[in-house]
Design a protein around this ligand. Structure first.
Ligand SMILES: [Zn+2]
Length: 223
């Protein structure tokens, strides 16, 4: 697997105050996040995977399970957040203190919902792969991560572009239907007028991919 570590920060500040990272650690955790995304793909979900790391220990991990649960909020990040809460309860740790020193590694830029949750939990730093042109809350659609928003947690820093090409390749595989477990297009032929044709797989792929993630991560990168 090729390695891309020409990352920089969404904000021009140095590393988040409460955490420290090195290239080796970033590579290691992002590769494991990609493994989670592969697992999502294998299970017919949009391939996004993540880890939450506290003091060099994975205390939460997640991958999309929206289709499996039929719950549109079950994004990888929300699944991982729930795991962290469970870990805190089990190990008798204060949630606020743990989240404020936890780094999220995720293959795709967090959406607006997840970015809002991360703000409210005071997660200081997010490392992600490719941008999310359609739903991204860390610069692509809204700047949830850094805007001044009263009573909505704390801004957080981002590092973007880590294994971005690999993350995009997984999304392409999903929307091209190369995964045998990927869901079929949600079209019910019996209810469609005869004059309407089924779209070709290539058309679905191009449209959805464009809407999801085609923007190069360099828009936030300061190489
Ligand atoms: Zn999300």
């Amino acid at each position: 697997m090729r390695v891309y570590l020409s990352f920089t920060f969404c904000q021009q500040n140095s590393m988040a105050d409460d955490v420290s990272l090195d290239e080796e650690g970033i590579r290691k955790w992002m590769e494991k996040s990609l493994d989670m995304a592969h697992d999502a793909l294998f299970n017919g979900e949009v391939p996004v995977g993540c880890l939450m790391v506290y003091k060099d220990e994975v205390i939460g991990k997640g991958r999309n399970c929206v289709n499996e649960t039929r719950n549109a909020t079950r994004h990888a990040e929300m699944v991982a957040i729930d795991e962290v809460i469970g870990w805190c309860e089990k190990s008798n740790q204060v949630k606020e203190a743990v989240f404020s020193k936890t780094v999220l590694y995720v293959t795709v830029e967090p959406c607006i919902m997840c970015a809002g949750a991360l703000r409210l939990l005071h997660v200081p730093l997010v490392v992600y792969g490719c941008s999310n042109e359609r739903f991204g809350g860390c610069g692509s659609v809204l700047n949830v991560h850094k805007d001044d928003i009263d009573n909505h947690g704390k801004p957080f820093k981002c590092i973007s572009g880590i294994f971005a090409e690999e993350a995009i390749a997984l999304l392409k595989d999903f929307y091209k239907g190369q995964n045998p477990n990927a869901p079929n297009p949600k079209i019910k032929p019996e209810k469609k007028p005869e004059s309407l044709k089924m779209p070709k797989p290539a058309d679905i792929s191009n449209t959805q991919l464009h809407n999801t993630c085609t923007r190069d991560s360099s828009h936030t990168a300061l190489k």
